[in-house]
Design a protein around this ligand. Structure first.
Ligand code: ZN
Length: 271
């Protein structure tokens, strides 16, 4: 599943081909994604210039003068830039063709992604309005997590994966950050000290910015903006490493289910 680093890399990768460009045509081959692509999209986007492209959580926001297209990649979606002569393949559901001759192509084999349109401020859209702070901003710091977590009995891993608390920490990066911070994923959020939250904040920011720098984690379906797979996968410490020796103490990595998600930790290093 594309996580925050992959979406950020997609944003950076496609931006030079999209921002300042005029939409010539939109081809929709499959309308039924997680929600149907709105009928108004074609009419609203045609002949419009994309004036700004931003990421908020895992949403990509394409601003025009009269509204904003919101794209979420879901479980298996990807966006890439192709020359408009390149024929579409089976799961290439949408093409946004620019007058420049480049096409932004949306592929989504499992069709859990979404492409929406709003005439209003996208930050007030029902999908975005409740979201917590971005993890790589100054707003996301130890005091914030510490105060919010008091009296919470939820496991820390589920707590940091809750987008109302902080956005964009998916399963892979939650596992990795908790390993680096030495915190066991099952630990109750309300029982963790401020000092440990300080460490956790640092590790979350490290693991995400490192992944962005490295081009995102290729687990299954991600193709980055320029069509090359990322390679952060080789550097994962615990995710998908059940039974492998911990890189620090050689204890075999434990796997459990937590909140229906595979959860990996070192029972010696993480307490
Ligand atoms: Zn260990």
């Amino acid at each position: 599943m594309p996580e925050l680093p992959e979406v950020e890399i997609t944003c950076q990768g496609i931006s030079p081909f999209v921002v300042g460009q005029t939409v010539k045509e939109i081809i929709i081959r499959e309308r039924q994604l997680r929600w149907p692509i709105p009928i108004a999209l074609k009419r609203s986007l045609k002949n419009k210039i994309i004036i700004k492209l931003n990421r908020r959580a895992k949403y990509l926001l394409f601003y025009t003068g009269n509204g904003c297209m919101i794209i979420h990649l879901g479980m298996s979606g990807s966006l890439r830039i192709v020359k408009d002569v390149e024929p579409p393949e089976r799961h290439d559901h949408v093409d946004i063709i620019f007058k420049s001759g480049h096409t932004l192509r949306y592929r989504d084999p499992r069709k859990f992604g979404s492409i929406l349109w709003t005439k209003h401020d996208p930050m007030k859209h029902m999908l975005l309005s409740h979201l917590g702070p971005e993890p790589l901003t100054h707003e996301f710091q130890a005091d914030y997590l510490y105060v919010l977590s008091r009296k919470r009995t939820k496991p820390i891993k589920n707590f940091i994966m809750d987008s109302r608390i902080v956005v964009g920490i998916g399963n892979i990066y939650a596992n990795e950050a908790l390993y680096h911070a030495g915190i066991r994923p099952t630990q109750k959020a309300g029982k963790i000290s401020k000092i440990r939250y300080k460490r956790l904040i640092v590790e979350i920011k490290n693991v995400l910015s490192h992944a962005i720098k490295k081009g995102g984690t290729t687990i299954r379906d991600f193709i980055n903006g320029e069509g090359k797979p990322g390679y952060f996968k080789n550097e994962l410490q615990v995710y998908d490493k059940a039974g492998h020796p911990c890189n620090s103490c050689k204890t075999a990595i434990t796997i459990i289910r937590l909140g229906q998600r595979s959860t990996f930790y070192c029972a010696n290093c993480q307490t």
